[in-house]
Design a protein around this ligand. Sequence first.
Ligand code: ATP
Ligand code: MG
Length: 300
Amino acid sequence: NDASRSRLRIAIQKSGRLTDDTEKLFKNCGIKINESRDHLLAHVENLPIDILRVRDDDIPGLVMDHVVDWGIVGQNVLEETMMQRKVDGMPTGFREVMKLNYGDCRLSVAIPQEKEWHGLADLEGCKIATTYPFLLKRKLSEQGINFKPVLLTGSVEVAPRAGLADAICDLVCTGATLQANGLREVDTIYESKAVLIGRDQDLFPEKQAIADLIIPRLKGVMAARESKYIMMNAPKAMLQQIKAILPGAENPSIIELEGETDRVALHVVSREKLFWETMEQLKALGASSILVVPIEKMLD
Ligand code: ATP
Ligand code: MG
């Protein structure tokens, strides 16, 4: 029984912004990666899965070349690589298995703080430093704007100060890096999050069985992260109003309270974030002992 047929091979970022969240997600799914981050290939002990740790830039290609079955990568890297590979005449097929709830960022244009800005047309003829020339070109071509890409794979934000470019197009999360470099964000080219992708080919049945086991676990862990278990005591007379303001909640369980005739306990799973405002409204409706508890795992 050859390992390449029977063990699901997943490529993840070796070390970077996606690594911690990916490892945490796997851990919560019961995928125990024992080897340290220095090992290129980590054997998962409790499941027939092998983890390949690589640079994030290599992940789309490994999936598209059928070297791995699954990969986790930012959509920005996925799309950029796809456009590059099309130009190079390489295969670009893949399947999106699911979007993940981390790795959110945006690809934005930023210019020196003191420069005026009227719109993307200001970039006509400019030198723009970026790691993502294809994504940038796609956006600017749509508007008939020509520019000169300056390709940098790191420290893009110092390019204007160093006199290498007039503007940059780089990934932004909070904007703190831009500000620290005297730049201001003026337009968003692309919004990205992490995705789980798979090869564009049916898996061997043994591998498909592992995928079928893991996919509901991944969905369950992500759903749980958004969800809360809410408990409270409430007047029976107010149950309809209370149910109406609980966000994304299924039918609550109503439990008798010993020695009380007009109050009950209400337990419910809420699929959305519960805000303080909602809790205060619940209290105003007569609810008491309101508890909001995180959920670790969930299986529908
Ligand atoms: P590698 O060494 O694997 O090539 P890298 O330096 O190219 O790493 P990271 O900075 O670790 O990449 O980012 C990986 C991905 O994380 C990005 O492509 C993007 O999808 C996502 N990401 C999330 N938040 C941010 C952020 N604030 N800045 C940059 N990337 C972010
Ligand atoms: Mg990279």
